[in-house]
Design a protein around this ligand. Structure first.
Ligand code: NAI
Length: 336
């Protein structure tokens, strides 16, 4: 029995976490869920978007399955996703994007694993007004050797462990010569320790075009925080959209598994949300716990439902069903 912190989160969070916990239950995974709150829901109910109880539970149990957390645009509290990644030094954000059976897409045989540095870069939101009339703003990007070494090494180690052939490092060192220049320099140094893995570097704008033109040329990608944020959504778009791409945030002392997507307020509460992304995140969690067989069994059930029962799938991937009909079909396969 595993003790795992569950944060359903905001928007579609409750629907997709209920779906995923029932699928894991049907597969016989024995988990004691420690229910916690964060984000907009916690702000409304507890007047704090990141309650102390939630922090203490993560410190104690160290593994988290998290639904999406909404962040107000332009004003209001700062991102709790970013706060959690920084607080627990979850430096490695791993976002796989793999073509799935029977999902309409102009792309076939995409199999990318993107490593995004998760605690620094421009994404940390260190901003200030330069003038008192708030007509001039500045934002600070932070890149350190220590954090860059950790994420780039994690990408190479993953490539080595999983028999991957190439690591592509993405930067903008022609313009941001100090910050992403340092990241690139460290990448070149580390690549020398892995002579059997091909290494290349690409400037981020070219990378965006290359991923759209011929994504099959990429294997493992490693990049800084903001570029990783954008390119991982692009990668999701290549394999069926945000509803089908999971992610892991891993540090030395804790790990948090969450979908790439947000709280999808446009479809919240309508039984339309695709739980596959969070389910794939939960499968990454099972693999982290070395429950490889159970993870594989669930993945295989998902593939069968996509292939043979497309009508029960959610509409974002071309089905005519709902969150519930899709969940029920997977649970039934797992129980039979
Ligand atoms: P979003 O990812 O919530 O939605 C973008 C589009 O994708 C929407 O049309 C939505 O309906 C669709 N979509 C997303 N997930 C889906 C799913 N599982 N099934 C079917 N369709 C799905 O991005 P948006 O609208 O930019 O952000 C909404 C909120 O989510 C914001 O407050 C943002 O800060 C937050 N957010 C949270 C993240 C996290 O918790 N890790 C990540 C990204 C955004």
């Amino acid at each position: 029995m595993y003790d795992i912190v569950l944060i359903p989160g905001d928007g579609i969070g409750t629907e997709i976490t209920e779906s995923v916990t029932s699928i894991l239950d049907s597969a016989g995974v024995d988990i004691n869920w420690i229910n916690c709150k964060a984000g907009e829901t916690a702000q409304k109910e507890m007047d704090n978007p990141l309650p102390e109880e939630t922090i203490e539970a993560i410190k104690k149990y160290r593994i988290v399955l998290k639904g999406p957390l909404a962040t107000p645009v332009g004003a209001g509290f700062r991102s709790i996703n970013v706060a959690l990644r920084q607080k627990f030094d979850l430096y490695s954000n791993i976002r796989p994007a793999k073509s799935l059976p029977n999902i309409e897409s102009p792309y076939r045989e995409v199999d990318i694993v993107l490593f995004r540095e998760n605690t620094q870069g421009l994404y940390i939101g260190k901003e200030h007004w330069v003038d008192e009339h708030q007509q001039h703003a500045e934002s600070i990007a932070v890149v350190t050797r220590d954090a860059s070494e950790k994420i780039i090494t994690a990408a190479f180690e993953y490539a080595k462990k999983h028999g991957r052939k190439k690591v592509s490092l993405v930067h903008k060192a022609n313009i941001l010569k100090l910050t992403t220049g340092l990241f690139l320099k460290i990448g070149k140094e580390i690549s020398e320790n892995y002579p059997s893995i091909e290494f290349e570097d690409l400037i981020v704008d070219n990378m965006a075009m290359q991923m759209v033109l011929r994504p099959q040329q990429f294997d493992v990608i490693v990049t800084t925080n903001l570029f990783g944020d954008i390119l991982s959504d692009l990668a999701s778009g290549l394999v069926g959209g945000l509803g089908v791409t999971g992610a892991a945030n891993i540090g030395e002392n804790a790990a948090m598994f969450e979908a790439v997507h947000g709280s999808a307020p446009d479809i919240a509460g309508q039984n339309k949300a695709n739980p596959t992304a969070l389910l794939f995140s939960a499968l990454m969690m099972l693999e982290y716990l070395e429950e490889f067989r159970k993870a594989e069994r669930i993945r295989s059930a998902v593939y069968t439902v996509l292939q043979d029962h497309k009508e029960v799938c959610t509409q974002d991937i071309g089905g005519q069903g709902t969150t519930q009909s899709y969940t029920d079909a997977i649970c039934k396969l797992l129980r039979d």
